[in-house]
Design a protein around this ligand. Structure first.
Ligand code: PLP
Length: 371
């Protein structure tokens, strides 16, 4: 496993207290008041015990109900609540991948897919995504990576780090491609609430025959990163495996956080829309600052990140990120931590204050112009 390039820059940034932090992607919003109230009530009511491995039935019922209102009928027994989507992803990969199996991961993509595949004894194989194609996967590129050891394809829309939102017909083609090649699909949809243009398509809703595992959670949608609640929605036999894997690893997610997550599902959509609008405004801001300078690798249509194209600088992305920090006091994530296709790019996150993002954009332009 490679250490995270994001962590490297974060650690270095600690030496520069006046730097602007665009390297991490944590929402700065507070969870809505009903979420906080539910957690306090759970403590006062003595909710202090283990829950079932799969999570509280009442929470799984509410998640199933919510998915039902969005047109996807699932049973609570298909849902496993985990400590964060990270754990749902890890358990799903662990459940599906045998040593030596190849796992197709997006490049650029969230680096944890690679390390999770490696921790399961699998062989991660990057499939290319390019700015010219709006960072959307092309079926021919996927096909070129399939061997007789390929077991699993991981997709992520809206994407970290590219901000690409896969159109519904592309998700449909990917699921069909998986069926033709007998692959499992893990669809990481943790940024599903933050789509600025286009439409989010839940991959699991198109599952023809029990091969798609959908991952989502409460960290991003409800600004609850530290509460650690995520979930997998899977065909029943895979859900059983994921649930079984909870026992030796984490047992279950925090009971208090699960109660809070139940309350989150009743929070008005207006609260989420407020966050989405704030991220969209910040996206518009960076597009207006970096676009005309030719520095935006692609306009993000969702999530809360953007890739900045600094290939003209002629250095590797780790050197660029260190340089930006030490000379311009802007902390960014080196593109190569997301895969080979991230060469010459850095990722910035759009969660900070607009004034800070604005200043950082000016500094980025200045950096490229040699100032
Ligand atoms: N998937 C992606 C693409 C992410 O960017 C993150 C967090 O940054 C996660 C999953 C994990 O989310 P959670 O906090 O629910 O574990």
């Amino acid at each position: 496993m490679h250490p995270s390039g994001i962590r490297e820059i974060m650690d270095l940034a600690a030496q520069f207290p006046d730097s602007i932090h665009l390297e991490v992607g944590e929402p700065t919003f507070a969870p809505a008041p009903p979420i906080l109230d539910a957690a306090k009530a759970a403590i006062d009511q003595g909710i202090a015990r283990y829950t079932p491995n799969s999570g509280l039935l009442s929470l799984r019922e509410k998640i199933a109900e919510r998915l039902g209102t969005r047109g996807w009928k699932v049973s609570p027994s298909q849902i496993v609540v985990t400590p964060g989507a990270v754990c749902a992803l890890f358990s799903a990969i662990r459940a599906l991948v045998d040593p030596g199996d190849e796992v197709l991961v997006p490049d650029p993509g969230w680096p944890n897919y690679t390390s999770m595949a490696q921790l399961s004894g699998g062989q991660p194989v990057g499939y290319p995504l390019s700015s010219e194609c709006g960072y959307l996967p092309c079926i021919d590129d996927l096909a070129a990576k399939v061997t007789d050891r390929t077991k699993l394809l991981i997709i992520n829309s809206p994407s970290n780090p590219t901000g690409a939102v896969f159109p519904p017909d592309l998700i449909m083609s990917i699921v069909e491609f998986a069926r033709q090649n007998d692959l499992y699909v893990i669809s990481d949809e943790v940024y599903e609430a933050f789509v600025f243009e286009g439409e989010h398509q839940m991959a699991g809703a198109l599952d023809p025959d029990g091969r798609v595992v959908t991952i989502s959670g409460f960290s991003k949608t409800y600004a609850m990163t530290g509460w650690r609640v995520g979930y997998a929605v899977a065909p029943e036999r895979i859900a059983k495996l994921i649930s079984k894997l909870q026992e030796p690893v984490v047992c279950c997610a925090s009971a208090i956080s699960q109660r809070a997550a139940e309350a989150a599902l009743s929070v008005s959509d207006d609260h989420i829309a407020e966050m989405r609008n704030a991220y969209r405004q910040r996206r518009d801001l960076i597009a207006s600052r970096l676009g005309p300078a030719g520095l935006l690798a692609c306009t993000p249509h969702g999530a809360f990140y953007a890739l900045v194209d600094l290939r003209s600088v002629g250095q590797d992305s780790y050197s660029i990120a260190r340089d930006l920090l030490t000379k311009k006091r802007v902390a960014t994530a080196p593109g190569e931590t997301f895969g080979k296709s991230g060469a010459g790019l850095v990722r910035i996150s759009l969660v900070g204050a607009p004034e800070q993002i604005d200043t950082a954009c000016h500094r980025l332009v200045d950096y490229v112009n040699g100032g």
